[in-house]
Design a protein. Structure first.
Length: 476
C-alpha cells in the first residue's frame, strides 16, 4: 500500500545533498544554525550554505547564488524573506531542485488575503517545475537514519534510529517529540513538521510512513486540514496496517482560532474528529504525554495481548494504598484485573503469609521484605506464571526502596525484571513515580527503558497506554 511514495519521497528523507538558503557568516543566524546542525549530526552528503553576501560559515564556502553550486541539489532549506519566494523558486527550477522546505513564515496563517494568494502562486510555480514544497512555516524533515536533525539546532541532536514515525503540523511539538524520545528511548525512523502544508500535507506523509518498512508505529499531531475527506480516508488505510496514534488539537473555539493563526488550518468539531478517528481504527489521545506514552508502549511491546493485568505493589513497603488507587486507574480505563487463581493465591500465602499482604489482584508483596530478595522474586514469578494473567504492571517507589534496600539491591531487583522479561512472553510495564530521589529514579528508569521495558510516572498514564495498545490490536 502506497509503495509509490517510497521512490517519490527518496529525495525528501534521503537527499544526497542539502542547500541552506539564507545562511550567512553570522553564526547565530537561523540559516547558519541549520548548517551547523547538519554538520554536527553527520549528514553524509555535501551541505551548501547560500547567501548573497558570500563568505564562509562553519568552515564552508557560502555560495552567493543557488545556481552557482557546481553539483546537483536534492533538498533546499529556505530561510528567506517571504517577498523573495517566487524569484527564489525560479532559481530552484533552474537548478532542478527536487524539494524545497520553507522555514519562512507569514503566509495564510496571517489570515490576510495577499499572503494566502502568495502561497497559491508558490504552489503553482513549484508544480509547473516539478518541485515539491514542504511548508511553508515549518522545520521540515527529521531522519536519524540519514543524520538529518530536527530543525536549526547547532547541536545536531538526532537520537537513535528506530521504528517510530511521526508527523506534526507544529514545529515546537515536533521538536518536543524528538527531545522526549531521546529521554525515554522512543527511537524514531522518520519525522516531519509540515506547517501550512500547501503541497505535501498530512495525508502524503502518513502514506509514506505506512509504506516505509523501517516504521512500525506512527504518531500524528494535527491542528486541522484543508481536505478532511481525503485525510480521513488516508487515516483509515494507514491504521489497517500500522498503529496510528493521533493527537488532534483545536478542539475548543479558542483552540481552533489558534490553529488558524498558527498553520492556517481549518478545524472541524471535536466530536466529528473523534468519531472519524475511531471509525478509522486509529487511536486518539489528548495530550503530548498521552501521545508519547502510546508511542513508547507500541514500540516496546509490539503486538502484545494485555487486557488481563496483574498489579504488583509493595516491593519494599506501602503497597496497600498503591493497590487500591492502581485498581481504580486500571478499571476506569477499561483494563481487567482478574483475581489470581486459587492455586497461585495458596502458593503466595505459603510464601508470604496472610498478614500484611493482599494476594488477590492487585498483589501487595510487602511482606517479602522480611524474607529477602529471593522471596520477592519468587512471589513475582508466581504472579507471572498465573495462566489468566497477560501483563504485569509493577509499581516501584524509589523513595521507599531506599529506606529498605541499598543501591546494589535495587539494581538486582531491576536486573531480575529484565531477566524475567527476556525469558517469558508476558509483557512487563513499570511505574516509577517521581519523588525526592530523582537521580536514583532516573537511573532506574534508563536501565529499564534500555531493556525495552516501558516506564511511566503514574499508574493512570501506564493504564491509558496499555489500553491504547489493547484497543488497537483487539480490533484487528
Amino acid at each position: 500500500m502506497f509503495k509509490e511514495k517510497l521512490k517519490e519521497f527518496e529525495p525528501i528523507f534521503y537527499p544526497k545533498s542539502i542547500a541552506v538558503v539564507g545562511a550567512s557568516s553570522q553564526e547565530k543566524k537561523m540559516g547558519s544554525r541549520w548548517v551547523k546542525g547538519l554538520i554536527s549530526a553527520g549528514f553524509p552528503g555535501p551541505v551548501y550554505p547560500v547567501a548573497s553576501s558570500g563568505g564562509t560559515v562553519w568552515g564552508l564556502k557560502i555560495f552567493p547564488d543557488l545556481k552557482l553550486i557546481p553539483d546537483e541539489v536534492d533538498y533546499v532549506i529556505a530561510s528567506i524573506p517571504r517577498q523573495a519566494v517566487l524569484e527564489f523558486l525560479d532559481d530552484c527550477a533552474a537548478k532542478k531542485v527536487k524539494v524545497v522546505q520553507f522555514f519562512t513564515a507569514g503566509f495564510s496563517e496571517t489570515g490576510k488575503p495577499q499572503w494566502r494568494e502568495l502561497e497559491q502562486q508558490m504552489l503553482r510555480k513549484a508544480r509547473e517545475n516539478g518541485i515539491r514544497i514542504i511548508g511553508p512555516n515549518c522545520l521540515g524533515v527529521y531522519c536519524p537514519d540519514h543524520k538529518i536533525p530536527c530543525g536549526p539546532s547547532p547541536l545536531g541532536k538526532i537520537g537513535i534510529s528506530g521504528s517510530v514515525g511521526f508527523i506534526s503540523q507544529s514545529g515546537s511539538i515536533a521538536d518536543k517529540l524528538m527531545e522526549i524520545g531521546m529521554a525515554r528511548h522512543i527511537n524514531y525512523s522518520k519525522g516531519v513538521n509540515f506547517g501550512n502544508g500547501i503541497d505535501l500535507d498530512a495525508s502524503d506523509f502518513l502514506q509514506y510512513l505506512a509504506a516505509d518498512s523501517k516504521t512500525t508505529v506512527v504518531g500524528a499531531y494535527l491542528e486541522g486540514t484543508r481536505n478532511g475527506r481525503h485525510l480521513f480516508g488516508t487515516i483509515k488505510e494507514v491504521a489497517k496496517t500500522k498503529p496510528l496514534v493521533i493527537w488532534k488539537v483545536g478542539r475548543t473555539e479558542v483552540g481552533a482560532q489558534a490553529a488558524m493563526s498558527h498553520t492556517g488550518s481549518l478545524a472541524s468539531s471535536a466530536a466529528i474528529w473523534s468519531a472519524a478517528i475511531e471509525q478509522a481504527g486509529a487511536i486518539e489521545v489528548h495530550s503530548l504525554e498521552e501521545l508519547t506514552d502510546s508511542l513508547l508502549i507500541f514500540q516496546q511491546l509490539g503486538r502484545c495481548k494485555g487486557s488481563n493485568v496483574a498489579i504488583i505493589g509493595g516491593l519494599a513497603d506501602g503497597g496497600g494504598g498503591i493497590s487500591v488507587s492502581a485498581s481504580d486507574a486500571c478499571m476506569e480505563t477499561g483494563l481487567k484485573l482478574p483475581p489470581l487463581s486459587s492455586k497461585t493465591r495458596k502458593q503466595l500465602t505459603n510464601l508470604l503469609g496472610e498478614v500484611g499482604s493482599i494476594l488477590r489482584n492487585p498483589v501487595d508483596v510487602s511482606a517479602a521484605q522480611f524474607h529477602g530478595l529471593s522471596t520477592l522474586f519468587q512471589a513475582i514469578e508466581l504472579v507471572a506464571e498465573d495462566p489468566i494473567i497477560e501483563l504485569l504492571l509493577i509499581q516501584e517507589d524509589v523513595d521507599i526502596f531506599l529506606a529498605y534496600f541499598s543501591i546494589e539491591e535495587m539494581k538486582k531487583i531491576n536486573d531480575f525484571f529484565i531477566e524475567l522479561r527476556n525469558r517469558q512472553n508476558k509483557p512487563l510495564v513499570v511505574v516509577l513515580p517521581p519523588g525526592s530521589a530523582e537521580p536514583e529514579r532516573l537511573d532506574m528508569e534508563q536501565m529499564l527503558l534500555e531493556a525495552s521495558i516501558p516506564v511511566f510516572c503514574t499508574m493512570g498514564r501506564a493504564a491509558k497506554a496499555i489500553m491504547s495498545i489493547n484497543k488497537y490490536f483487539s480490533s484487528k
